[in-house]
Design a protein around this ligand. Sequence first.
Ligand code: ATP
Ligand code: MG
Length: 416
Amino acid sequence: MPIRAVRGFKDVLPDEIELWHRVESIARSVFKSFGLNEIRIPVLEKTEIFTRSIGEFTDIVEKEMYTFTDRSGDSLTLRPEATAGLVRAVSEHRLLTQSPVLKLFTMGPMFRHERPQKGRLRQFHQINVEVMGTKAPLSDVEVIWMAWDILEHLGLRGLSLEINSLGCPACRSIYRNDLKQYLEGIFQDLCSDCQRRSKINPLRVFDCKNEACRKIMRNAPLNREYLCTDCVDHLEKVLSFLKVLEIPFVINPYLVRGLDYYAMTTFEIVSSDLGAQSTVAAGGRYDGLLKALGGPDLPGVGMAIGIDRLLLLLEKDKKESSIDLFIAALGNKAREKVLPWIRHWRRQGLTVQMSYEDRGLKAQMKQAGRAGASFVLILGDEELHKKQVVLRNMINRDQHEISADDVISAVNSLVR
Ligand code: ATP
Ligand code: MG
């Protein structure tokens, strides 16, 4: 039996990579235009980074983490999300003492032990943005704006922005108590997961995927009615900036985040084309997180775009690979002759290939065709002797001889 990849872990094959590059390069150019810096952090962290920040009673910490004890007896976890590690890095390297507002992005794999299905993997990939050091509503808006810009640049249609405010710790605690009371009244009708949630983390009952739970939660008291004046003011400012930017939104009062450290603005960008796993990007404000991880008591806001889900929405315009030039060198002498030329062209940025094996002209032309070469340079014993080479245009099939002394400039001027 051949060994296969681990369930829920996926290879990205060469004919899919073009789309990944497109997403990554559009994201990078949007981030550059907003003045963000890149940070790269490890995929492995001490387990307590996640239990302390995400919260013990969340789906992620309770059942989705890849946690193990290493050979030194330390409990380590493959990161299920990026924010906690990123905040750890910011506080460890005191980045916030160097600049009052930090705008960072990172891209990479996340790991969650979930049931694999369309749009849900165990190793998936995110583009993450974090803006730390400010509570200003405009920073929430910039984070949403970046996500929206990236998705729009990619040509996605049918997107909508759902937004809500979770309130600050002060107004949320009053709300939480009232919600708990409501949940006690309907306790018998909740699924077993929600019965547990209702006692320890009542807001999360809104996040349940179970239809029956969703239905009874339609009558639950809503956070919105409990917001203090600061939280109302914050939300209103965010919404009015979004209007100026013409980013359409709907207020979804049932929207909560799966992670404990979120406060105030929370949002998701959903696509009507994705079926059950419809959220392409999600994020919000997390003002208590830096402090919870032993850092400074500073606010932050961030978002994550799920790349794998995003790719399901993009047209599968798989691009055939292609190269600029293929060298059909016949015999070892010819091969030695062309190596310095190849080095020159590669340094110029051309994509150049040649056969590794000593093969006949016919076989090499076939190889050039398969590689998608635009031009082929043919050099055999006879050409060597005459100090001539043959340059063939593979698109219009034109072919002519040129002097070996002129070959470098001839190729440079043709292959552009
Ligand atoms: P869901 O409710 O779908 O489980 P979540 O609240 O767990 O989502 P977040 O932690 O907010 O998701 O992650 C942000 C984004 O990362 C999601 O909107 C989604 O696009 C992507 N994502 C999350 N989990 C997975 C997964 N298992 N496979 C693929 N993409 C994922
Ligand atoms: Mg999840």
